[in-house]
Design a protein around this ligand. Structure first.
Ligand code: HEC
Ligand code: HEC
Length: 284
């Protein structure tokens, strides 16, 4: 309790309630399709050693029924969108008359891409998210229109590319040419926003495991993205989630695809280094 009563105003203490053992993350194991073993809990990466010992997937903070939906692709509503993206993967588009498959082969050939994004792309001279890499292919290699950053086509495609990497450890690079962007993302993570004056860390670092209103606070990890949310019955992109969380502090928010959110995604991604790629996951 001390760590949050210390730093926070009355607003926060009024909305966050520690409710003892019931609010702890569950002790459960995630195996998808009785085949893909998912690491949902592991030692925190070195850069977090001052603030936490363990990193945990949001899956451990959800109720039994929600958790069960992710254990089998037939029960996971997010997999319908993966199938839709598979069709798109194989369909030619744009002035070059090419499909993703024409250049990349089967979608399973993309296994290993999700775990390292966002990453510094040498040819572009900047840190890019997977969405940016996809739109680069559409615009510059296919002669097709860019997809809207958090639109359906894009979020479906990121779900397909996550699904083929499920079980692989998140391994986002934070040093070398990515370091300055990572530091920018870290600054944003610890900045207090809005009338409630809350930072990401106030909720997801200081208070995970506690209840906030009726919600069980997780560490706000992004290894499970995109997530199918029961609340809005669709796939949700990472940066849409960032936007929602900032809006909940009653602050103006950055736009999905903005440099600020790209930096934040790199930083938050690196807080989950060692957890498995789990998307598309199922959440409330
Ligand atoms: C004309 C060929 C071509 C087409 C069509 C194409 N790509 Fe690419 N794509 C490339 C090349 C070349 C690269 C950069 C080299 C690499 O990383 O494979 C790339 C890179 C990528 C990357 C980053 C991979 C990494 O390891 O960093 C992603 C993600 C991607 N493409 C997705 C797509 C998707 C999704 C489509 C269809 C909407 C698509 N591409 C269509 C040629 C293509
Ligand atoms: C007022 C508290 C609060 C703040 C501040 C906040 N969040 Fe959240 N966030 C929540 C709640 C509640 C949820 C839903 C339950 C959960 O997964 O923690 C959530 C969920 C998330 C998730 C989804 C996790 C999953 O497994 O699906 C991510 C990612 C996330 N937040 C990131 C952030 C980031 C990044 C920031 C800072 C820009 C932030 N949050 C600020 C309360 C907050």
């Amino acid at each position: 309790m001390n760590k949050f009563t210390k730093g926070l105003g009355a607003c926060m203490t009024a909305i966050i309630v520690a409710s003892g053992a019931m609010a702890e993350p569950v002790d459960d194991t995630l195996v998808i399709n009785e085949e893909i073993e998912i690491v949902t809990r592991t030692a925190a990466p070195a850069h977090l050693s001052d603030v936490m010992d363990e990193v945990m997937s949001g899956w451990l903070f959800r109720g039994e029924e929600t958790r069960a939906m992710e254990m089998d692709d037939f029960d996971n509503p997010g997999m319908i969108f993966v199938e839709q993206a598979e069709d798109v993967w194989n369909t030619a588009d744009g002035t070059e008359g090419k499909s993703c498959a024409d250049c990349h082969g089967e979608s399973t050939e993309m296994a290993g891409v999700r775990p390292v994004y966002p990453k510094y792309v040498e040819a572009a001279g900047e840190v890019r998210t997977m969405e940016m890499a996809i739109n680069d292919c559409r615009e510059n290699r296919m002669g097709a229109e860019e997809w809207k950053y958090v639109g359906n086509d894009m979020v479906n495609m990121t779900a397909l590319l996550a699904s083929v990497s499920r079980g692989m450890p998140v391994n986002v690079a934070i040093d070398g040419p990515a370091q300055s962007t990572w530091e920018q993302g870290k600054d944003i993570y610890y900045t207090r926003f809005g009338q409630l004056e809350l930072s990401c860390s106030n909720c997801h670092e200081d208070n995970y495991g506690n209840m906030i209103r009726a919600d069980h606070l997780s560490q706000g990890q992004i290894n499970g993205f995109p997530t199918y949310r029961l609340k809005n019955t669709k796939l949700n992109a990472v940066q849409d989630r960032f936007k929602g969380c900032i809006r909940d502090t009653r602050a103006e928010t950055f736009a999905p695809g903005s440099p600020e959110f790209v930096a934040l995604e790199l930083y938050v991604g690196s807080r989950g280094n060692g957890l498995s790629v789990e998307g598309p996951s199922v959440r409330n």
